[in-house]
Design a protein around this ligand. Sequence first.
Ligand SMILES: [Zn+2]
Length: 435
Amino acid sequence: MTRRGSDPYVPGHGDSSYDVEHYDLEIGYRVDGNRLDGEATLRCRANEPIDRIDLDLHSLRTVKVHVDGAVARHRAHLGRLTVQLGRTVPEGEDFEVRVRYSGNPGPIRSRKLGEAGWEELEDGVIVAAQPHGAPSWFPCNDRPDDKATYDIALTVPKGYHVAVAGEPAGQTHGRSVTWRYTQQAPMPTYLATVQIGRYEVIEQTGAPVPVRVVAPKDRPREGFEAAFGMQPQMLGFFAETFGDYPFESYTAVITDDDLEIPLESQGLSTFGRNFMCDDWECIRLVAHELSHQWWGNSVTLTHWRDIWLHEGFACYSEWLWSERIGLMTVGERAEVHHARVRDDDGPDLLLGDPGPELMFDDRVYKRGALTLHALRARVGDARFFDALRTWADTHRHGNVTTAMFVEHVERVTGEDLGGLFEEWLYSVELPPLPV
Ligand SMILES: [Zn+2]
């Protein structure tokens, strides 16, 4: 029996009866006309005896499916592609599914979650898939707790730069250009991304790993320097504070278009042109997205209800950077945002389970950061940062839950913290400002 919809926040996505171990994606894309032709080869492993699986694939037409080299029966319905395996695959056994597909990709719309996925720009593409947009461009098992490695090849017309969540693995030049990337660190589907545009690459030096910016040539010099110029120092600071950077490199893509919000992918973040400015609003988001490489991308939630483990931590990282560069201290930021959360007249929010409509509510970010600040006030700096570093290290490239975090912090600090987390995560009322 195939179990559908493993996460109530993103219903109808994911199939827990199997895991994907590796995705091999060969994609051709015409920017002019928004036409995608893809072939996805998935190495899968059965988690129970199964004779069919569900893949997620939205609005793209399935041309042909093979299982272990043989043509397979399949049926597409409401974003689900059910594939008959032709036999019962025993638990623990691998099988290979190959899907040829094509169409005009676009964002996936959800009433509760909004839009996510493949999106055309003025002259290019972004993929911002969190949390439900991955099936807009490849067939996948769309669960955050099913991490896999990837090889991605994208063939586009000459003149475009292609950035992918992964390390460059060569290019082939012909009438068009094929860009190859490989992602060897396990990655959930929603953190896979493709960015296409008329960009140039700026290498930044001084960080423990390669740091680059992929941006339009005609960028404003001052705004660019103010917002992105300190990325290597920022990465170094976060590595000192949270432990080694978890991936091989870091890339910030700045699109030619303005974007409403930036977004993290694995080893890569996407910003709009409007984020090249010297305001704290720009600088803090550069810090926020970079810190997601630890909080969210390496250490990833198992269920979307635990989103504070990503956003609260990333917001707290902004405050740490603020203090580091001599702007407001963490304590001052905490005070400001405690007052704002207190005065917010939005619907009641339970930080530990905010529901899909409120999962990206600003209070998840700010109250999440305040929760960490309360923890720090309680256990002291040394034990707090030790707990963060060991959390990042123990669960590097893994999946976690809030219960695991509470258990971890109690073990590392030797304190009973049930009351603190109960107050901050599981009651609506805002606790007093931690001092
Ligand atoms: Zn974030």
